[in-house]
Ligand binder design. Structure first.
Ligand SMILES: Cc1cc2nc3c(=O)[nH]c(=O)nc-3n(C[C@H](O)[C@H](O)[C@H](O)COP(=O)(O)OP(=O)(O)OC[C@H]3O[C@@H](n4cnc5c(N)ncnc54)[C@H](O)[C@@H]3O)c2cc1C
Length: 451
C-alpha cells in the first residue's frame, strides 16, 4: 500500500484544481478517478463561462470561491497559454417585469464587488448586439468571459504531477477506514493510504460520504442541462453572452459563443434520478432552438452541429456543501452545482486553508495545446504531420501529443477534450476511421468499444 498525505477522490474540476494547489504546497497527493480520464463526470459538459459572481448569493462561500477562482485564473493563465475571450455578458430583459428587476441585480452585483456593471436601455442593447430581437434593456456585465473548459484542468493536473502527485484513473474508491491517524482507502486498484481525504466526487459525493463516514450530510439531486451547438458561422451573430433574468432554480437559457468558435444555446434545468446518463430529449432541444430564434431571429438559418447534455451535482439546498471534520482528517467539497468551473481554483484555496499550509513551490510555465478557434493553432505552423480532423483542423501532431506525456488520453472522450477531434460539423464521419487507426493499441478503451 502506497502512503500519501492527501487522497483526492474525483478528478472533476474541483479535484484537478485541488490536486495542483496541494501539490504546490508540498503535500504528497494522489488523485483517484473512477472514470477513464479526468473530467469524465459533471465537468465534461458545461457552458464554459468564467463568471464574475455578479449574481451569486451575497456573503456566501460560493461567491468568495468564484471571485478567488476568477482572479487566480487571470493570474496564471499566461503560464499555460490558456485562452480567455472577454465577451462580456448582458442580462437581457424581455418583459417589463424583467426590466424592473434589473436595478436590483445591479445592486447585488455591486454588493458582490463587481463594480463595472451598468444598465443599458433598449437602444444601448441594440447598438451592442444588432442581431438581437428588441429588448426592454439589459444589465451589462463586462467581466463575464468564456474559456476552454478542459485544457486548464489538464494543465493543473500536469502541474500536480510535476510536483510529485500521482493520478490513478480507472480506479474507484469503494470503501475505507480511518485509524485515528491515517485513512486506508479500498479501491478497485488496491488499497491506498493517506493522512487526509478530500471528497470531490461530484455526482457521487453523498454516496462516498455515506460509504466512508457512515452518513451523508447532503443528497445529490442531479440536474440535467441540455445544449444545442450551432455551427461556426452562427458565432458571428453575437459577441456578448446573453443571459436571462435569473430565477430561483436556474440561471436560465444562455446564448453564448464558445472559444471553439461555435454558438451555444442552453442549458435546460431538469431534475432526474439517473446520476450517470443525461439523456437528450427532442422536446427540450426544440424548445431551446425556438427560444434562441426568438432572441436572435437570424439563427433560424444556421445549421446545428451537435447537441449534448451535462448533469449538475445539485443537492436539496442551494449552497456548496462543505463538510470539514478535522478529527477524521476529512473534507467534502460537494454540491458544486453550476459555478464549479469558475470557482475551482478558489475552492482549492479554501481546501488548502482547511488542511493548513501555503504554496511553497514555484509552478513552471507549461504551454498547453491551443484549442481556441482564434488562437495560434497547430495547423497554422509547418511540421504538424497533416490534418486529421478537417472540421476542427486537428493535426496528427496534436493527436500524437494527446496520446503521449505524463497523462495521455486513454479513450476517445479524453482525446476529444485534448484536441477537439470529431467535434466539428461532421461529428467524426470523415475522420473517425483514421483516428481509430492512429490510436490502435494505444487507448485503454479503443475507439468504438463501450466505455
Ligand atoms: C449544464 C451545465 C452547465 C454549466 N455551466 C457552467 C459555467 O458556464 N461556468 C461554471 O463555472 N460552471 C458551470 N457548470 C458547473 C460545473 O461544470 C460543475 O460545478 C463542476 O463540473 C462540478 O465539478 P466537480 O469536480 O464537483 O464534479 P465532477 O466533475 O462530477 O467530478 C467528480 C469526479 O469524481 C469521480 N468519482 C465519483 N465517485 C468516485 C469514486 N467512488 N471513486 C473515484 N472517483 C469517483 C467521477 O467520475 C467524477 O469524474 C455547469 C454545469 C453543467 C452541468
Amino acid at each position: 500500500m502506497q502512503d500519501f498525505d492527501v487522497a483526492i477522490i474525483g478528478a472533476g474540476v474541483v479535484g484537478c484544481a485541488t490536486a495542483r494547489r496541494l501539490a504546490l504546497a508540498g503535500y504528497r497527493v494522489v488523485l483517484i478517478e473512477r472514470g477513464t480520464d479526468i473530467l469524465s463526470g459533471a465537468s465534461k459538459a458545461n457552458s464554459a463561462i468564467l463568471h464574475t459572481g455578479f449574481d451569486a448569493p451575497p456573503g456566501t462561500l460560493e461567491l468568495e470561491c468564484m471571485r478567488a477562482g476568477y482572479r487566480e485564473y487571470l493570474e496564471i493563465r499566461g503560464r499555460f497559454g490558456l485562452p480567455l475571450i472577454e465577451t462580456g455578458a448582458m442580462v437581457v430583459a424581455w418583459t417589463e417585469a424583467e426590466a424592473q428587476r434589473l436595478p436590483s441585480l445591479l445592486e447585488i452585483g455591486q454588493e458582490n464587488g463587481v463594480d463595472d456593471l451598468s444598465l443599458l436601455d433598449t437602444a444601448g442593447v441594440a447598438a451592442r448586439e444588432p442581431n438581437l430581437a428588441p429588448s426592454r434593456g439589459a444589465l451589462l456585465v463586462p467581466g463575464e468571459s468564456i474559456i476552454d473548459p478542459w485544457t486548464p484542468f489538464l494543465a493543473y493536473v500536469l502541474t500536480a504531477l510535476d510536483h510529485g502527485a500521482q493520478v490513478l484513473r480507472r480506479t474507484e474508491v469503494t470503501g475505507g477506514a480511518f485509524d485515528g491517524q491515517t485513512w486506508r482507502l479500498e479501491t478497485t486498484g488496491g488499497p491506498v493510504g493517506a493522512r487526509h481525504v478530500v471528497n470531490a466526487a461530484g455526482l457521487q459525493g453523498d454516496r462516498v460520504e455515506a460509504t466512508l463516514l457512515g452518513d451523508a450530510s447532503f443528497e445529490i439531486r442531479p440536474r440535467k442541462g441540455q445544449f444545442v451547438v450551432y455551427d461556426k458561422p452562427a458565432a458571428r451573430l453575437l459577441r456578448t453572452i446573453v443571459l436571462p433574468v435569473p430565477n430561483e432554480r436556474t440561471k436560465g437559457v444562455v446564448l453564448t459563443q464558445t472559444v471553439f468558435g461555435n454558438l451555444l444555446v442552453g442549458p435546460t434545468a431538469e431534475e432526474q434520478d439517473d446520476r450517470e446518463r443525461p439523456f437528450l430529449t427532442t422536446d427540450a432541444l426544440q424548445a431551446l432552438m425556438a427560444r434562441a430564434e426568438e432572441m436572435v431571429p437570424a439563427i433560424r438559418r444556421m445549421p446545428v452541429n451537435a447537441t449534448y447534455a451535462g448533469l449538475r451535482p445539485a443537492t436539496e439546498r442551494k449552497e456548496y456543501r462543505i463538510r470539514h471534520e478535522p478529527e477524521r482528517h476529512w473534507i467534502t467539497v460537494g454540491g458544486i452545482r453550476s459555478t464549479g468551473m469558475t470557482a475551482a481554483l478558489g475552492l482549492a484555496q479554501h481546501v488548502l486553508g482547511l488542511i493548513g499550509g501555503d504554496v511553497t513551490q514555484v509552478e513552471r510555465s507549461r504551454p498547453m495545446p491551443i484549442l481556441a478557434e482564434e488562437g495560434d493553432r497547430a495547423w497554422r505552423h509547418t511540421g504538424h504531420g497533416g490534418i486529421v480532423c478537417h472540421c476542427e483542423q486537428v493535426t496528427a501532431g496534436e493527436i500524437e501529443t494527446a496520446l503521449s506525456g505524463p497523462l495521455p488520453a486513454l479513450d476517445l472522450a479524453g482525446l476529444k477534450r485534448r484536441t477537439r477531434c470529431t467535434m466539428g460539423r461532421c461529428q467524426g464521419f470523415n475522420c473517425l476511421g483514421r483516428i481509430a487507426e492512429i490510436t490502435d493499441g494505444r487507448l485503454a478503451v479503443p475507439v468504438g468499444a463501450a466505455p
